[in-house]
Design a protein around this ligand. Sequence first.
Ligand code: FE2
Length: 228
Amino acid sequence: MTCRPEAFDHNLERLGKTPSLLDTVAALALAIDAKDHYTLCHSQAVSRLAAQIARQLGLSDTQVEEVRLGGILHDIGKVGVPERVLNKPSRLTPEEYNLMKSHTLLGEKILEPLKSKAVEGIRGIVHSHHERVDGTGYPDQLKSENIPLGARIVTVAESFHRMVSNVVYRRGRSVEEAVAELRRCSGTQFDPKIVEAFIRLLETPGDLLRWLRTDDLTGTVPLTPPVE
Ligand SMILES: [Fe+2]
């Protein structure tokens, strides 16, 4: 798996962006990497999974690219979260958890100067990727269809990847266990039609399952411990 910001070039070219925007987004990727060198690999895995789900749902090429970039940048706001919080090996205090949650709004703010129609959709993904369809997520407690579709897709891809990843304090779950968890949380945390599309994708013969089972994908990824 490629964990380099050059991966953006291809995506942005397909969106028909100017070199200055391309440079800016590549710089953002480097910013994520500088903060936590595991995050970029994680984000690229999420990006790949999310784009495949978007394709499975029959979205247009432009929408698929939007979801791909949203997947890469969804956690860009973590550049503004203190490293002692990001990398804390034990449970976060409520105050630390609030700092962690602020990465959605920070991320949206970071992308604010990039005034373009394409970036608007990506900002929506960054802003809303921790919403839940039952309305108990953050930052806006949006419900169901009120959550941008791209954000609902990235949420499923992101959660799945975190579940199957090895982290500093636990081994990743198997693909089967992670699928069972997606099903369990379908309709509360996740949009059921996106969960079903992802499961259909996993059941389709191809490279995806093989890739999911490689150490490259599920290498050690530092996770945010739950709030106390
Ligand atoms: Fe996040």
